[in-house]
Design a protein around this ligand. Structure first.
Ligand code: IDP
Ligand code: MG
Length: 148
């Protein structure tokens, strides 16, 4: 079992897409283990996106992510990191495959609705940053029908 950090970004919250986005992860079979509605501080945004500090889009990215509340979540499952990224689609919605969140709901890279960890180290870092390190697991009755 793997855990991944997923964030519903301010554009998706403002557009009333929280339920639609959660539905896609939940129906796929990923298991929700933590969730918070967060007014993101600049300090938290800067820590979260520290890897992009030198990129030309960094300032705009910090503006975007602090422009309104977000929904921060941790989802669990087999290969949860890659599964979630596949459900999200490519970073730029115009390149994302139809059926993905970013393709179905978005148009531009700077308004791409959702964040997901890109690897195990990033997931550990992001989960710790947003939730701390001891999120309890739980037994879901449907697990045996989703995971072998
Ligand atoms: P990811 O979210 O698919 O992992 P990253 O390359 O990690 O993509 O970029 C982080 C976020 O920064 C993207 O989701 C997007 O919101 C924003 N971003 C990335 N590249 C650009 C760009 O060229 N212009 C504007 N925003 C960008
Ligand atoms: Mg990324």
């Amino acid at each position: 079992m793997e855990r991944t950090f997923i964030m519903i970004k301010p554009d998706a919250v403002q557009r009333g897409l929280i339920g639609e986005i959660i539905r896609r992860f939940e129906q796929r079979g990923l298991k929700l283990v933590a969730m918070r509605f967060v007014h993101v501080s600049r300090a938290l945004a800067e820590k979260h996106y520290a890897v992009h500090k030198e990129r030309p889009f960094y300032a705009g990215l910090i503006e975007y992510i602090t422009s309104g509340p977000v929904v921060a979540m941790v989802w669990e499952g087999t290969n949860a990191i890659q599964a979630a990224r596949n459900t999200m689609g490519a970073t730029n919605p115009v390149d994302a495959a139809p059926g993905t969140i970013r393709a179905d709901l978005g148009m531009e890279i700077g308004r791409n609705l959702v964040h997901g960890s890109d690897g195990p180290e990033t997931a550990d870092f992001e989960i710790g940053l947003w939730f701390g390190d001891d999120i309890p697991g739980w037994e879901r009755d449907a697990d045996r029908w989703i995971f072998e």
